[in-house]
Design a protein around this ligand. Structure first.
Ligand SMILES: *Cc1c(COP(=O)(O)O)cnc(C)c1O
Length: 377
């Protein structure tokens, strides 16, 4: 699947066309390969801790007068859903005979998950990271180094994620024999489709779990959207269940679906925050994982055909969601996930007591504690 409606595609320098075709072919083969799937299943279960719990948040449910469930991706090894795709792609790289992995990271969550999968499967890993992010996320930089990964600082542009991606792409052009491990449903084909397939385990499990617990499907799914992988992983298995409303929550200062326009960034045609000349606009969010000026092309497609609704939540509302979940349920969420929590709590105002809403808790908040120390009093 190269395109999702008019979105997606392969907008890359010519030297990458052939290597990306190889990735696509290898992935399609792996998708149908019993041994590959068994190996992935083994690591997801025994190493990463799947299936993740679907937890009935009793205290929140009573306060907000409807049934609120949390899909606990925060409980996985390395602390977020990112491990689902890095394990999948590391096994794929191995089967392709690759030994050098390139990745990039913003907050460091994908970097840590990539470094982890590479340590596990004995792959050399190089992670590009903006020097601004290196400064903001010291703990994750240290984790990557402890895992044996080389972290390369990027000093160009705004010295954040988009610049790190540019640099990783440059490395890939110079070393097309390497494997480029992308952390979200973004980038050129086949990544949006492949990362979605690796993340759909979230929605597949949720469907099974909610049917066991409630005997029916939920009324609403809520997930935060940076590049869009945890949201797509949750939504996709419910694609044909039109009665299940799907809400993707962007950060207000980086809302490419809500406020962007059609453009091309990092290999795909999608919705992009840009000025009239097509220059990428600056973004801002308290959650580094949502601070990205584009979004996965399949979300742009879902938005266009009305399969999901997209909205945005600002820093202060997200902090309120963070506070409520921490204090009421004893779960400290990632700042990214806190955007989904905040929107879901708002949504409950229009729901009935028997209605079911599932919030995808994409990650835990340990990484954000130092940053929050200066904000929360
Ligand atoms: C990276 C990250 C996100 C944003 O990425 P998506 O691809 O949109 O899921 C959200 N939550 C957490 C915890 C993350 O680490």
């Amino acid at each position: 699947m190269t395109y999702f409606g008019k979105f997606g595609g392969l907008f890359v320098p010519e030297t990458l066309v052939e290597p990306l075709k190889e990735v696509k072919e290898a992935y399609y083969k792996a998708k149908e390969d019993y041994e590959f799937q068994e190996q992935l299943k083994f690591y997801l279960e025994k190493y990463a801790g799947r299936p993740s719990a679907l937890y009935y948040a009793k205290s929140l449910s009573e306060t907000y007068d409807c049934k609120i469930y949390l899909k606990r991706e925060d409980l996985l090894h390395t602390g977020s859903h990112k491990i689902n795709t890095t394990l999948g792609q590391a096994i794929l790289a191995k089967t392709m005979g690759k030994s050098r992995i390139i990745a990039e990271t913003g907050a460091g969550q994908h970097g840590v998950a990539a470094a982890t999968a590479c340590a596990l499967l004995k792959l050399k890993c190089i992670v590009y990271m903006g020097s601004e992010d290196i400064e903001r996320q010291k703990l994750n930089v240290l984790r990557m180094k402890l895992l044996g990964t080389e972290v390369r600082p990027v000093d160009s542009g705004s010295r954040t994620l988009k610049d790190a991606i540019n640099e990783a792409l440059r490395d890939y052009v110079a070393n097309p024999d390497s494997y480029y491990m992308i952390g979200s449903v973004v980038g050129p084909t086949p990544y949006p489709e492949m990362v979605r397939d690796f993340q759909r385990v979230i929605g597949d499990e949720t469907k099974k779990q909610i049917l066991q617990l409630e005997g029916r499907l939920p009324d609403a799914l809520v997930a935060c959207v940076g590049g869009g992988s945890n949201a797509m992983g949750m939504f996709y298995p419910f694609k044909d269940d039109l009665k299940v409303k799907k809400y993707g929550v962007e950060a207000y200062g980086a809302a490419s679906l809500c406020r962007g326009s059609v453009g091309v960034l990092h290999g795909a045609k999608t919705r992009v925050l840009q000025d009239g000349d097509g220059q990428i606009a600056p973004t801002q969010s308290i959650a580094a994982g949502l601070d990205y000026p584009a979004v996965g092309p399949e979300h742009a497609f879902f938005q266009e055909i009305g399969l999901a609704e997209y909205c945005s939540v600002g820093d202060s509302e997200a902090l309120e969601g963070f506070r409520i979940l921490s204090e009421r349920e004893g779960i400290i969420p990632a700042l990214e996930s806190s955007h989904a929590v905040a929107y879901a709590l708002e949504l409950t105002k229009s729901m009935k007591p028997d209605d079911i809403v599932v919030i995808n808790l994409s990650g835990r908040g340990d990484k954000d504690v130092a940053e929050l120390a200066g904000i929360l009093k």
